[in-house]
Design a protein around this ligand. Structure first.
Ligand code: HEC
Ligand code: HEC
Length: 308
């Protein structure tokens, strides 16, 4: 059917279309709430005092981050997640290990070619405490198609020379989805269990820069963080080469299990996760909407220190 609109109607339609697009775009822009700046609440949960980063400038951060190749980072972006080609095999119920590795390789290749859309930061969780205790530089990029959510981490400390590559693939063809973690630095991609599970209790971790100015760009970090936070509740893939350790009983403190529980929005927490727990709570990121009372902090501390 050939619908003829009078000319004025067409112009008006055009104007409305433009208004609608701009409206949607500006709504999208405004909707992104930036990640709350890291500030210790002084709960006494961490073992060590806040690391003094005052001698580490934004310029130094940009300089060190850029050594990965300036063509690869600080991209102009509209969507924080890069869309991958459609999966070649149809009607998939469970990706094969080769397909999972293929997604990790594809993400690394896109990053190297400057076709990824990474945020760059000094990450809070790996910088503070007794884990690294010097600036940990990260480039993090997200990709997806209908069967997989893929995450790439390109990382080094401020004093390392070379960048390391790490991957997470969430297989969305299974219910619940299954998360694969891999170290991509050897001659072959190596799936990991305990090494990654001790921080990644529930799939990818939301983004938390160590300082407000140690991130490029803050809107992208927030958008990717939100993509991660809104991700599905998933299970951890344990490589058959590694026997899953006995992590004891899951944490049962109600003010956390409200969400971190088998049937919650995130997986259960165990004492093996004490490093991210101490950091997330001390910096006021967990629980998300309110602070723990002194009594609750004491209960959490007691649980963290209990011998299993
Ligand atoms: C000491 C805790 C810790 C360990 C151990 C760890 N990670 Fe992470 N990882 C993090 C944190 C924290 C982030 C988010 C960093 C940020 O805010 O910039 C992250 C981010 C990532 C990302 C980017 C997507 C995301 O989750 O934000 C990938 C990919 C990743 N890690 C893979 C791995 C793999 C693979 C291993 C095991 C070989 C591993 N990680 C071990 C703490 C850890
Ligand atoms: C209202 C729901 C809710 C409550 C209550 C809550 N969390 Fe979370 N937690 C989340 C969500 C959602 C994420 C993932 C997004 C993020 O990190 O911002 C998360 C992430 C985490 C992580 C990183 C591992 C992961 O699951 O991604 C840790 C560690 C954590 N929370 C610890 C705690 C502790 C300890 C408590 C109790 C003091 C707590 N949380 C209470 C919802 C909650």
């Amino acid at each position: 059917m050939n619908v003829k609109l009078p000319r004025r109607g067409l112009i008006l339609c055009g104007v409305f279309l433009v208004l609608a697009i701009f409206g949607a775009k500006s709504a999208e822009r405004e909707e992104i709430t930036l990640v709350k700046p890291a500030k210790s609440l002084g709960t006494g949960l961490p073992f060590l005092p806040d690391l003094d980063l005052s001698g580490f400038s934004r310029e130094e951060f940009i300089g060190l981050s850029s050594s990965v190749g300036t063509n690869r980072i600080r991209k102009a972006w509209t969507s924080p997640v890069v869309t991958l080609p459609t999966h070649p095999r149809t009607d998939v119920h469970g990706l094969t290990l080769e397909e999972v590795k293929g997604y990790m390789t594809q993400a690394r290749q896109l990053f190297k070619e400057g076709k990824a859309n990474p945020l760059s930061d000094v990450g809070l969780v790996s910088t503070q405490e007794d884990v690294i205790r010097r600036p940990m530089l990260n480039h993090i990029a997200a990709f997806s198609n209908a069967v997989a959510r893929v995450f790439l981490l390109v990382q080094k400390t401020s004093t390392d020379k070379d960048w390391g590559f790490f991957g997470i693939v969430q297989d969305l063809t299974l219910d619940p989805p299954l998360d694969y973690f891999a170290d991509m630095n050897g001659p072959a991609i190596k799936f990991e269990g305990h090494e990654c599970y001790k921080c990644h209790s529930s799939g990818p971790l939301a983004i938390h820069p160590a300082r407000e100015d140690l991130v490029m760009d803050a809107r992208l970090a927030a958008a990717i963080g939100r993509h991660i936070a809104k991700g599905p509740l998933s299970n951890y893939y344990w490589p058959p080469s590694e026997k899953k350790r006995d992590y004891g009983k899951p944490m049962a403190l109600e003010f956390c299990t409200e969400c971190h529980e088998k049937d919650g929005v995130r997986q259960s927490l165990y004492r093996v996760h004490s490093h991210p727990i101490r950091i997330y709570v001390d910096y006021g990121y967990m629980p998300p909407k309110h602070r723990l009372t002194a009594e609750q902090v004491a209960q959490l501390k007691e649980w963290l220190e209990e011998k299993p």
